[in-house]
Design a protein around this ligand. Structure first.
Ligand code: GLU
Length: 430
């Protein structure tokens, strides 16, 4: 089973979506199930409704999953494993207060060395622990005795020394399991085969392996830690970059299939540039992902979006416009890359004609000509007839004609626009 494990602490970031997509693709390739695990252990950071919003986005992207679990529903199991670890002296009770730890952190930073737990409570006897049972405490896993090694599809072979892993907290003072503990236990319980997640979790992996080893789980999980996504300035895409928000991209009129296409393409070698999710399942290969951070390029996404828009037969329902305007939408695709841009071009064509002082006289002549004909002819005959009956030619014909037809001074060829709107043209210019 593969898993996507979002925290319900904010809106979905494109980095998370990329992780979800890759998990989905690989689950399909391997014919394994996909679990969605809502990591709601951090009560202070959880935001109500974000779990639902994440599932809605997965649905919008056609990322199908087999099961949804909430990590908090497994707390009792996490406690049981923590108790077992304490009984077998693989974990210990630590009474050091947050203030003690903070002092040690400051000291370490003054001495320019990385902070590590002092080991102070590691060897307290059971009696000493019992005597202090009224004090608050955390539970720490004992630092491993040997280095922890694993292979990663993107990063290659990795080795972490016991010093890197340290004696870290698995249960907080309020007895809520930490992310690392809940995650390691759940990955074991749900028999996860491969973990695909962002590289910001790379240093957590040896800790999670240490937990699994300590509870006697010997399965070697596979890992793929995805490089971070950078913005155009080469900095990590953060909440401040609006394009990092999946919701923002959808609201801007990027299609889910185009965003998915772009995220699979990013930092990857693919046999073609424009593809569907089904096609990605055919060729996707974790081993082909670049180790280097990927740079988000909105212009590339715009290009991909337009290519996907071109493949859509019925744009009118996506744009929520009348069916008869579908061909007009197709013509305006030449000028727009997102649904939002397309909608605004179409809306402009549909608004009441604005008065244009410079060309008003010509506009009136052409308008009367149009209103007094049945518009059965094709564009050439239409244009020739208007020219003949109004005596207008060249600029004097084409500028006012375009203004009348589209309400805009620039745009796609009028010969393409005319057939797309001739049925409603009279109503538009009346
Ligand atoms: N809840 C973590 C996150 O959203 C999941 C990390 C993981 O996949 O283990 O970053």
């Amino acid at each position: 089973m593969l898993r996507f494990a979002p925290s319900p602490t904010g809106d979905m970031h494109i980095g998370n979506l990329r992780v979800a997509l890759f998990n989905y693709i690989v689950a399909k390739q391997r014919n394994e199930k996909l679990l969605i695990r809502i990591e709601d252990t951090d009560n202070e950071r959880n935001i109500e409704g974000k779990d639902k919003a994440i599932l809605d986005i997965l649905n919008a992207f056609n990322i199908k999953y087999d099961q949804v679990v909430y990590q908090s529903s497994n707390f009792k199991t996490h406690w049981k494993f923590a108790t077992d670890l304490l009984t077998h002296k693989k974990a210990f009770v630590c009474f050091c207060t947050p203030e003690d730890i903070e002092k040690e952190r400051i000291k370490a930073s003054e001495e320019k060395r990385p902070y590590r737990y002092s080991g102070k409570c590691e060897n307290l006897t059971d009696v000493e622990v019992l005597e202090r049972e009224d004090e608050s405490f955390v539970v720490r896993l004992k630092k491993p005795k040997e280095a922890i090694e694993f292979d990663d599809y993107v990063k290659g072979h990795l080795k972490f020394e016991p010093f890197d892993v340290d004696s870290f907290v698995i249960l907080r003072q309020n007895k809520i399991p930490t992310y690392n503990f809940a995650c390691a236990i759940d990955d074991m319980l749900y028999d996860i085969s491969l973990i695909i997640r962002g590289e910001d979790h790379l240093s957590n992996t040896p800790k999670q392996i240490a937990i699994q080893k300590a509870v006697g789980y010997n399965k070697n999980l596979e890992y793929a830690h995805l490089p971070i996504i950078l913005n155009s300035e080469g900095k990590k895409m953060s909440k401040r970059d609006e394009a990092s928000s999946v919701l923002w991209l959808l609201e801007e009129g990027f299609l889910p299939e185009a965003i998915a296409n772009y995220l699979v393409l990013l930092g990857n070698k693919t046999p073609k540039e424009i593809f569907t999710l089904e096609e990605a399942i055919e060729f996707f290969d974790l081993k082909k992902l670049s180790k280097a951070p990927a740079k988000f390029d909105i212009d590339k996404l715009r290009f991909i979006n337009r290519e996907h828009l071109k493949n859509i037969d019925d744009l009118s329902s996506l744009l929520q416009i009348h069916k008869s305007l579908n061909n007009l939408a197709k013509v305006y695709l030449e000028e727009a890359s997102t649904l939002k841009e397309l909608k605004s071009k179409i809306d402009e064509v549909l608004t009441k004609r604005t008065l244009n002082e410079e060309w008003q006289e010509e506009i009136e002549l052409i308008k009367n000509e149009i209103l007094n004909s049945d518009l059965e002819e094709d564009y050439n005959d239409f244009k020739n007839r208007i020219s003949k009956n109004t005596n207008l030619k060249g600029k004097k014909l084409f500028i006012p004609l375009r203004l009348l037809l589209t309400n805009q001074s620039h745009g796609p060829n009028i010969s393409d626009i005319y057939p797309a709107i001739k049925d409603i043209l009279k109503d538009l210019i009346k």
